[in-house]
Design a protein. Structure first.
Lengths: 250, 250, 250, 250
């Protein structure tokens, strides 16, 4: 393991599920994963430091520094499932670094007998979205039916450009190691932090984990602002219909 | 070995020949190698994962992900020769990565007592080609006569810019390890996927492997389209003869 | 340890404090640290060579070459405290290299039972400064009170862009290893080598180390020139008030 | 050792001197070193392959490939001194790679009890030179007198930008290891392959190695062409005197 892992504690976990919630397109995965982690009262138990993160520390409100890192948090769902969240403000800075970090996370999680890997991300369309789909990608096709029942959409061969970074690599590595995994991607324009897309992902996760009664108000409020923004963009485009035809931007 | 090698099976192979068929100029090597592999009903037996490939997975039509990798496939020729194909959609992303991957492939193949290394590639000219030559480069000069009999052309000191990537490195490494090797390069404009150039390479390989009765129809159909394209370009150039004089483009 | 460490001597040090004084914004940290080291008559005892420095040697006035490196110097303060200075003309050339070098320095210093890590740097504002503050960042918040008494200012969450390079990483790594550390950042425009900002940092350090009677004349003379420069810039801006409104430059 | 070293033979060498003759400014070092090696009838005994060279092979006139590498050649001078030449068409492709290669070469040479390291290079001025000096840089100042007697010039603190690549690193590493070393830099405009500058370096080397009666005709002929070129540039500049004032170009 190239990374330096510092443990705050070594929790005993039974067949935990790993949820990856790192920054990405529209920050959908991070927002969704952080929301679930906070809702479950997750507790940080390890920090992963690496030459593959930016070489810096960030001072907090107490002027105490925090070195760029990824963190592992654990929680238990209402239906008794142990979960580990991979959280942080950074993905690896280079392609090689992303691979090494994913390898190291996988090695840690396999030492915990990880039972499943769920990665969260955005599915960028470059267009304003009214009702974001949640798209899925799988480590094996037998996982599809169960997810479709929860409202996940499967778009053959998509995204064509591949799933980049931790969201992709961790599913790929779980697949290699014979562990079930899937990626949930919230449809997003990718133009801003997309809480509405994240909420769509959260709704799928709450069904998986028996968290249907979780309070979504925070995400709903932020989603409403995105709705207003979407309406404004549409109105502007209706006035200048040719702009609308430009369609895909990013 | 830096790469992660996952075996689907461990075939017993007798003095196998390695054929490298990765992407490159005009994709000549990949098209030719994949055609031979498919014609022989090759079977995948190993996947090579590496931080030196792009950090991503690509979903297939079942939304099942595939991590960027190279693959080893094996087959037996009509005349009983075991062959291993190095296939994939990627070469290493960096110069260092290409070297490491070639080293790792060579190490795997030497564990199988590889008897010969044949790498396939394109020989880019930047000009439309009527009848593509197949050029050769060798690990030792004694290999030349046999290949000339099969129609391979030898152009002293060419390509001047060297043979880049796996097609070059694997011959170099076979040479270092005392294993015979040669590179077959189909002449190509390099402007598009060149099935006609690939067919020229395939014809040499069919002679080597006793596959003269293989059905080339698929390649012939695609080659015909390239002929039509070539005619169109020539016609256009005849109308504007000065454009023709520009000659070399790429 | 990836670095090559060559020792001129192996001094016996009691609970030394590490002071990092490498180049950075306004060169504040290097100027301040070098001044303290020279004032205490510090002696070089080790050179750290690395592939992460530029691949070169620099000839001195005797035409004797010096390979790019970092150096460790030791000294004792008037109040009997052993200090090790990390000095040099280079930081690591890449993000990964900076991390590795900080790791290696930390490993060396932990073999000396380092008791505290103080890193020095500049706090760039992009504006001419009359009386530079010295800002602090901490490995733990309990260190704050003592430094505030010495005139260090604490600006919550600042610098927002983080503390980059050795000044940040060494505090982060001391924190990880349970060693107290703080970073002193002299406020600076960042437009030139800022001896005035460095003098402000030096004044804090002299209080920490009982060096209040050190002769600051060299720094005062250079600070005066910076004052003159600042006045000229202000005068010029007063004549062209709109330029002044541009405010932040760097 | 990261490099792959393949030995053609393992010569017995007594306290050999290493001469580095790799490409660089004006190719002065390579031309001079290759000339001396050829004059002494040097024999290749090892090839150094590395991921730090370009990932390619180059076909020769027999269409036999040669993988990018550095080579070690040995020879004996008229006065009985064993010499090893570091030759090739490449330096390491990256800063890190250059460091690693220099380290590996040094490790090989120390296994041969190398007694001295002489690196050859160009000293670029950006101006046409009539009579190129040979400048020196040293691992220790005591080496200066002997070289001055041979006509080497010492320019304090020069080159200010440092000596980059193998010519610098190998002297730096010999210094670290307590081995005498110096760099001979032929003054050159740096605008073209400078055989005249190389001849100046060769003349110093012939004095060191008792080769005063070596036939310099090849270098003299090429130098004469450079003289003619220099005269033409001067004449052109005299006609357009303002161009001359532009002075430094590169």
């Amino acid at each position: 393991m190239e990374s330096i892992v510092k443990y705050d504690s070594k929790p005993v976990l039974k067949d935990p599920i790993l949820i990856e919630a790192l920054p990405g397109i529209g920050n959908v995965g991070k927002i969704a994963g952080d929301f679930i982690a906070d809702s479950l009262g997750a507790v940080k138990f390890a920090s992963i430091f690496s030459m593959n993160f930016p070489p810096q520390v960030n001072p907090d409100q107490d002027c105490v520094v925090h070195m760029a890192c990824n963190e592992l948090w654990y929680a238990k769902t209402p239906n008794g499932q142990d979960i580990v969240f991979l959280r942080g403000n950074y993905q690896g800075s280079t392609p090689e670094g992303q691979f090494i970090l994913a390898q190291d996370v996988m090695e840690i999680m396999m030492s915990y007998d990880v039972s499943k890997v769920i990665t969260l991300g955005g599915y960028g369309t470059g267009q304003m979205i009214d009702e974001p789909h949640v798209y899925g990608a799988l480590s094996r096709k037998e996982l599809r039916d169960g997810l479709e029942e929860l409202g996940v959409t499967f778009n053959p061969g998509e995204p064509q450009a591949g799933i980049i970074g931790a969201a992709g690599l961790l599913i790929g590595m779980s697949q290699i190691n014979g562990i079930d995994g899937f990626c949930l991607m919230g449809e997003t324009s990718g133009f801003f932090e997309d809480h509405k897309s994240a909420m769509a992902v959260v709704k799928v996760l709450t069904k998986i984990f028996g968290m249907e009664d979780v309070d979504l108000k925070e995400l709903q409020d932020k989603s409403q602002k995105i709705d207003e923004l979407t309406e404004q963009v549409k109105a502007a485009n209706n006035e200048k219909p040719k702009l609308n035809e430009l369609g895909y931007i990013g």
